[in-house]
Design a protein around this ligand. Structure first.
Ligand SMILES: CC(C)(COP(=O)(O)OP(=O)(O)OC[C@H]1O[C@@H](n2cnc3c(N)ncnc32)[C@H](O)[C@@H]1OP(=O)(O)O)[C@@H](O)C(=O)NCCC(=O)NCCS
Length: 371
């Protein structure tokens, strides 16, 4: 028998980050980082345990060390009442074992540098500085408040973008747009520029009005010209201000809908998540008039929760796997789709009720927040 231990150590980035190390007989075998961070979900804000940089040393793989580490991290977060866990699954088909589900589409707008150059821009643009971070975080929080999936950035503690599209490359850069009073009215975060780049990747862009969105796009075209790049790719939410501006230009927009990889969420404490969604669900249920049940219980293998719907019809109980409930709550699939496409056992009236309570929507998490 070997002696396996897990340690939670301080992280160079400070709290809420932690280093996790698993040792066998004193030798380091697996490691990862974790941190607690709020995400938005249909008007509620829920804490999530971020899982980052999961690794087992080559010589020690396939012996259950990662399972032990992840389960210890999740149990610890659950004991602290953290209802969600989020990760970016770079390797497909690993994390479904722990009920993580992909719940967000990937959006990308591609525009030629020549077209982007023709966009009018009148705002002054300058490189972002560390002192700009609180203003950028506040602007971002305001612009994304109504979205699902996004992280909330603490203005006092946000460390700036830690990465662009690729985990591990930590040189994402920031440009800010200023109004006539030198206040920050928009910003762009771009990916590290390689030595032989073909395109410029913008991984987050927020603007307080459409004229600012235009100025940012124009400035990014100038940046692309400087590096002799033929096109720009904006990885932004389509109904954000920059996304809306781009949709009126000559762009190609792609939407990917990954399964069991990319941005994944686990509903660790379904009871708490449902409690936080109670006001949203109650309001949605009003559409059904008095036909709605007085109460709906949702049972999963990770726990059960209740929604008081205020109707006169008898209480109902619906059973769903936690990963499917997660897809439903984040709007990735309708209950009808869970039933018809994924073969989830769900009576038609139950699927209809769930689709009124939690209609489909597009969730999104900007790239700098995915580490
Ligand atoms: C992925 C990785 C962390 C797994 O570590 P590990 O200690 O070997 O994993 P475990 O032995 O605890 O395996 C846990 C489960 O995951 C499965 N699994 C492990 N590696 C897998 C892989 N590459 N693809 C799919 N499933 C995998 C195992 O079969 C096991 O499933 P089971 O318990 O249902 O049988 C390790 O292979 C690694 O460090 N890879 C390189 C870095 C990496 O890809 N990290 C993930 C970034 S998202």
């Amino acid at each position: 028998m070997y002696d396996r231990t897990i340690k939670f150590l301080p992280h160079e980035l400070g709290p809420p980050w932690e280093q996790v190390r698993v040792e066998v007989d004193g030798e380091l075998v697996s490691w990862m980082q974790t941190f607690t961070v709020p995400h938005r979900l249909r008007g509620a804000t829920l804490e999530s345990a971020g899982v980052v940089g999961v690794h087992t040393d080559d010589a020690h793989q396939m012996r259950g060390h990662m399972r032990f580490m992840l389960e210890s991290v999740l149990e610890r977060a659950e004991r602290r009442g953290v209802p969600l866990s989020t990760l970016y699954g770079g390797v497909a088909d690993v994390y479904h074992r722990w009920a993580y589900a992909t719940v967000m589409p990937e959006f990308s707008f591609s525009i030629s540098t020549r077209r982007a150059e023709a966009v009018p821009g009148r705002h002054r643009i300058r490189p972002g500085e560390p002192g700009d971070r609180p203003a950028i975080a506040r602007l971002y929080n305001r612009e994304t408040a109504g979205m699902t999936g996004v992280r909330v950035r603490d203005p006092e503690r946000w460390l700036g973008p830690r990465q662009g599209l690729y985990f591990g490359r930590l040189d994402a850069w920031v440009q800010v747009a200023l109004n006539d009073h030198d206040q920050i009215v928009g910003y762009c975060i771009g990916d590290q520029i390689d030595h032989d780049p073909k395109r410029l990747d913008i991984v987050d862009a927020q603007a307080t009005c459409s004229a600012v969105a235009g100025s940012l796009i124009r400035a990014m075209a100038a940046e692309a010209i400087r590096h002799r790049m033929g096109s720009l790719d904006f990885h932004v939410y389509p109904t954000g201000r920059v996304g809306r501006y781009l949709q009126n230009l000559d762009v190609s927009m792609t939407t990917e809908r990954p399964i069991s990889r990319a941005q994944m969420v686990r509903l660790s404490l379904p009871d708490q998540a449902l409690e936080a969604l109670q006001p949203y669900a109650r309001k949605q249920a009003e559409m059904l008039g008095s036909d709605r049940p007085g109460r709906l219980a949702i049972e999963t293998e990770l726990g059960s929760g209740n929604l008081a719907l205020g109707g006169a019809a008898p209480a109902r109980t619906i059973r769903l796997p936690a990963d499917r409930l997660c897809e439903l709550l984040f709007g990735y699939r309708s209950a009808e789709e869970l039933r018809d496409v994924h073969g989830v056992r769900l009576a038609r009236p139950d699927a209809e009720l769930l689709d009124v309570l939690f209609p489909r929507l597009d969730a999104y998490c900007y790239w700098p927040d995915r580490y």
